[in-house]
Design a protein around this ligand. Structure first.
Ligand code: CP
Ligand code: NVA
Length: 305
């Protein structure tokens, strides 16, 4: 018999709607257990290795704490200390790590790096952010939306700012969950059509218009990790794209505001928006923990009867 192919989560489109619905239901249960201090150790003796080629606060903390809470262990590796920083091929790293550990999370630069890594892994690989995708964050964000407002199907989500990893994961999510994106990015920072296979979005030159009637207004840093050299140039190009009170006023009266964090108040978001009553940024951050525990559980144990 041929072995079952290994299930990875390298981009949002790797899962079906039914799989996401299952993971979201499990995340609700796992979150409740956590809040009730209920011991839940389905992953005793399992080890997660986390490979970071870029900085992180939330991703490291949520994966490491989450694996511990599930009864397993997590190991943190970065480029500086591991042999990856000295040129060991990712293919070799994938082979070696997957012989010692049960599941792997990778945060790196190009998507092709994590794909090569996964192609050489015997165990599931999770994308903890690449230049092109950030699927765990969008999973947490959708879970957060569902908690606050119910189903996201048929809703309108505004994306204001850079065409970056977060936007590409949101675009893939729109296709799977059946919602619409209103996208506004500055000239020269357009969506790369080779990364998108959905028609579920409308492009607006004016960010104010993109907010019209939105049920969720979303933004992110103007300069993502790896693009720091472009920072000064980007600050100029993104002038007018700050999510501020006038933009939130164009959205639906009950619109939520999201930002995956870290944020820059006074750049991509005004302080009175991110710290205001419509903002759910702390819930988004917390929910990384709960959805990733459900994701790891699903990748390692499959559907629990
Ligand atoms: N949102 C997010 O992924 O945060 P970190 O970079 O701190 O992990
Ligand atoms: N787009 C940002 C997200 C950080 C969590 C980046 O890639 O740096």
């Amino acid at each position: 018999t041929t072995p079952k192919p290994i299930k990875h989560f390298l981009q949002f489109s790797d899962f079906t709607l039914a799989e996401f619905e299952y993971v979201i239901e499990r995340a609700k249960i796992i979150k409740r257990k956590f809040k009730n201090y209920e011991v839940y150790h389905p992953l005793i003796d399992r080890t997660l290795v986390m490979v970071f080629e870029k900085n992180s606060t939330r991703t490291r903390l949520s994966f490491e704490a989450g694996m511990h809470q599930l009864g397993g262990a997590a190991i943190y590796l970065n480029t500086r200390d591991s042999q990856l920083g000295r040129g060991e091929p990712v293919e070799d790293a994938g082979q070696v790590m997957s012989r010692m550990c049960d599941i792997i999370m990778v945060r790196t630069f190009g998507q092709e790096i994590i794909e090569r890594f996964a192609a050489n892994s015997r165990v599931p690989v999770i994308n903890g952010l690449t230049n092109e995708h950030h699927p765990c964050q969008v999973l947490a964000d959708i879970f957060t939306f569902v908690e606050h407002r119910g189903s996201i199907a048929g809703k309108t989500v505004a994306w204001i700012g850079d065409a970056n990893n977060m936007l590409y994961s949101w675009l893939q999510a729109a296709e799977i969950f059946g919602f619409h994106l209103n996208v506004s990015t500055p000239k020269g920072y357009d969506i790369d059509p080779t990364l998108v296979a959905t028609t579920r979005y409308t492009f607006f030159d004016n960010p104010l218009d993109a907010c019209e009637g939105a049920h969720l207004v979303n933004t992110d840093v103007w300069t993502s990790m790896g693009y720091e050299k472009e920072n000064a140039e980007r600050l100029k190009a993104f002038d007018g794209f700050m999510v501020d009170a006038p933009k939130m006023a164009r959205a639906s009266a009950d619109a939520l505001f999201m930002h995956c964090l870290p944020a820059h108040r006074g750049e991509e978001v005004a302080a009175d928006v991110i710290d205001g009553p419509q903002s759910v940024v702390w819930d988004e951050a917390e929910n990384r923990l709960h959805v990733q525990k459900a994701l790891i559980e699903y990748l390692l144990l499959g559907e629990i009867a």
